[in-house]
Design a protein around this ligand. Structure first.
Ligand code: B16
Ligand code: MG
Length: 219
């Protein structure tokens, strides 16, 4: 029986995935490293430092950077990202999200947030969506990044529910793998071809429907 729905933030609750892309793209341009939207898919759900390493791997000739230079680059990306998310308002909730969350809560099902972002709480506050979530996992308390299931397992434990009774909602392949690794039902939002491991793939958030998902979950 469904006890909780656990959401990713960036790209599911709001389109901050676009802001992450724009900030990485600006950094890549400065460094003269090619960076496409297609390659950006690999960064979704991936931590800041791991993302930087993936981006640097795209350089035509390998850059030899010190630890300190790496941290400076990551900080610069984060600064650009933080400028972009200052502008977020509740109007930036993705289509269907307020209705979907309201429906979940009305049915006595719990709601969790499992975002890999250290900026997650700031974004949730800008969206005025704190009240959506019974639990928001603090990513700084975790040992392992997505695709490791730790973040989804932590959300379930904090909610006091069985992982097998949870649905996870993600926009990243790494996140879907984290959900499946946690033994949860995985709903992906985006292009079907990007999510071979998801249980259900929906083209966008406006298609999230609790009744449909409960049927598929039970099916
Ligand atoms: P930060 P999510 C993830 O958030 C993003 O998808 C990913 O692009 C980003 O690098 C990561 O958070 C870390 O974010 O630099 O703000 O700590 O999709 O798990 O909500
Ligand atoms: Mg995401």
């Amino acid at each position: 029986k469904l006890e909780a729905v656990i959401f990713d933030l960036d790209g599911v609750i709001t389109d901050t995935a676009e802001y992450h892309y724009l900030a990485w793209k600006a950094l890549a341009d400065e460094l003269g490293i090619p960076f496409t939207r297609e390659f950006n898919e690999n960064l979704k759900g991936v931590s800041r430092m791991d993302s930087l390493n993936l981006l640097l791997g795209q350089a035509a000739s390998p850059l030899s950077l010190t630890e300190e230079e790496m941290v400076q680059l990551a900080d610069r990306k984060n600064g650009l990202y933080q400028e972009l998310i200052e502008q977020i308002t509740p109007a930036d909730l993705l289509p269907g999200i307020p209705e979907f969350v309201a429906d979940i809560k009305q049915n006595g099902i719990k709601v969790g947030l499992a975002s890999a972002s250290k900026n997650a709480l700031f974004v949730v506050k800008r969206l005025e969506a704190e009240h959506y979530f019974d639990v928001i996992v603090d990513v700084t308390t975790l040992k392992r990044n997505k695709p490791d299931p730790e973040i989804f397992l932590t959300a379930a434990a904090l909610l006091g529910v069985e992982p097998g009774n949870c649905i996870g909602v993600e926009d990243a392949a790494s996140g879907v793998d984290a959900i499946k690794g946690a033994d949860m039902f995985a709903v992906a939002v985006g292009l079907e071809s990007l999510f071979p491991h998801a249980d259900v793939v929906l083209p966008d958030t406006s298609r999230l429907n609790l009744n449909d998902l409960i049927k598929q979950f039970a099916g």
